[in-house]
Design a protein around this ligand. Sequence first.
Ligand SMILES: [Fe+2]
Length: 186
Amino acid sequence: MYNFIRYVSLNEGKSPKTLVQTKLPYAKDDLEPSMSEDTINYHYGKLYKAYVTRFNDGEGDADFNEAGAFLHDIYFTQFQKPSRSNDPDGPASEFINKHYKSFDKFKDAFEKEAMKIQGSGWAYLARDGKIKTIKNHEIKMDIVLLIDWWEHSFQFDYGSDKKSYLRNQWKIINWNIISSRIGLAR
Ligand SMILES: [Fe+2]
């Protein structure tokens, strides 16, 4: 998988293993208004960074911190500047249509699954086409598209309105990245 290959290569051959925070492939204010610069500063700049730092410093639960860093890498590398419709194209579109008939039906199905999450977690589209959830943090090798469902992802910009948060994330998904993860990129 695209992100996982990079993640493994960052860690290969290092003993003890050291994590590196992935650089953002866009400016901190590029995702406004779907995701504010304040949210990026806090979520990327402090929380994601803390998982990396705590892991490297041997603080807290190593598996938890590593999984937190892993998931935030996948999450933050899948966005781009917002555009109005931003419907999927290419392999990502084919994949979604194959499993859900249409982008609208996929978005409905994704929202339904994500809203079932109790407490902190993640919702994702998997390589087998299913929408799956993660409780807290966990390393999963089959992630194609990932939405952070911890409160810190939406509270600054959307309060407790998780549905608005999710609906606005569709405007900033970089579908070329999703296609790469599906493994069908041309
Ligand atoms: Fe997060």
